[in-house]
Design a protein around this ligand. Structure first.
Ligand code: NI
Length: 390
């Protein structure tokens, strides 16, 4: 079965929703436009709407034929704080805000599935449509859980998707185990002793110390991490000094750490503190390390991954769905759901000839609307497969 026929008929409508959402991007718990838009649509289709989970997040509850099974389907609604560089009739109307990750498409996709399932109710049990805020760094998934998401709306399993412009349209990728990395932040403040640039012996130069720390930290991946494991330590900012003839009193390094295994994450957190503090001490300075754990790794469950692949194969064909792919070192806050509930996260290809296929988070990125009926058919197939009528 390719795209569900009824859903194919929704394509112009889903495209209009997606392009409207694209014009009104908002970030990090400010997603009132998308939240109102989704609530109004769900209610119009007779789906029960519960708002205010994670501030702008909401849940739609749809009951099919009598049954005890429950399934959670998730879409993220937030945009990014960046300026769009697309010449489109439906380009962003909010300066400095852009749907550059395709969450407008994810929202329209899940709405399409919700409309179809509300119309057909060809399943037994309950579907929870989870529309979350603040995926981009704000941990909106965790905020919804803190507001009682899974206590109020129990889910036997949860499923989510992300579009992938570098994967051809009609293909899907996922894997059992870690699919995406844990994503953490690190900041290191080096404190030296400021002074005149001509009298370095009277000062402790934190810029020099910071340079030693920066280089030394690169040995964590090359010398302390198992060569067959995966990790990234990227120190992307180095700030210090205000003039060419002044030795600064302080300098700061900051960056990100990506890991797939809890033990590796622990080791890198410990190693950064040890190396930074000891390197600073060796130069007569101090280092204050702040390591902040942001998103856990996105770890797919084996059983639900097999089920997700089956549902995706019904839409795209057996050979179009791969599970032998490598994990990516990006982060995703669907990971919080997967720590609590079994489930799967899957990439749906959106790349096609005749379009630019700019990468996610690029100022010329644009969600491929041809993916809307594919994603909606995937979600609908998953529900009909997992909650079959008796
Ligand atoms: Ni995204």
């Amino acid at each position: 079965m390719p795209i569900i026929n009824r859903i194919a008929e929704y394509t112009p409508e889903m495209t209009a929703w997606r392009q409207e959402l694209h014009q009104h991007p908002q970030i990090c718990y400010e997603e009132t436009y998308a939240s109102d838009f989704v609530a109004q649509k769900l209610a119009a289709w007779g789906i029960e709407v519960h708002r205010g989970l994670g501030i702008t997040g909401l849940v739609g509850v749809l009951k099919g034929q009598p049954g005890t099974g429950t399934i959670g389907l998730r879409a993220d609604m937030d945009a990014l704080p960046m300026q769009e560089d697309n010449d489109l009739p439906y380009a962003s109307r909010n300066p400095g805000r852009m749907h550059a990750c395709g969450h407008d498409g994810h929202t329209a996709t899940l709405l399409g599935a919700a409309k179809y399932l509300a119309e057909t109710r060809n399943f037994a049990g309950t579907v929870h449509f989870i529309f979350q805020p603040a995926e981009e760094g704000g941990a909106g998934a965790r905020a919804m859980m803190n507001d009682g998401l899974f206590e109020r709306f129990p889910c036997d399993a949860v499923y989510g998707v992300h579009n992938a412009p570098d994967l051809p349209l009609g293909q899907a990728e996922t894997r059992v185990g870690p699919l995406l990395a844990a994503s953490d932040k690190v900041s290191i403040v080096i404190k030296g002793y400021g002074g005149h640039a001509s009298k370095p012996h009277m000062a402790v130069d934190p810029v020099l110390v910071g340079a030693h720390v920066l280089v030394a930290l690169q040995s964590i991946v090359s010398r302390r991490t198992d060569p067959l494991d995966n990790a990234v330590v990227s120190l992307c900012q180095f700030h210090g000094g205000s003039a060419g003839n002044v030795i600064a009193a302080e300098a700061e390094l900051s960056g990100t750490v990506r890991t797939l295994k809890p033990a590796t994450r622990d080791m890198i957190e410990r190693s950064i503190a040890q190396i930074a503090e000891a390197t600073a001490m060796a130069h007569g300075a101090t280092a204050e390390v702040t390591y902040t754990r942001m998103y856990p790794p996105t770890v797919n469950h084996a059983e639900q991954t097999a089920l997700a692949m089956r549902a995706a194969a019904r839409v795209l064909g057996e050979t179009a769905v791969r599970s032998d792919v490598s994990p990516l070192m990006g982060g995703e806050d669907f990971s919080f759901f997967l720590q609590e509930k079994p489930g799967n996260f899957l990439f749906l290809g959106g790349g096609a000839t005749g379009r630019e296929n700019a990468p996610l988070h690029h100022p010329r990125y644009n969600f491929n609307d041809d993916l809307l009926p594919v994603g909606a058919s995937y979600f609908a197939s998953l529900v009909e497969q997992e909650l079959p009528k008796g």
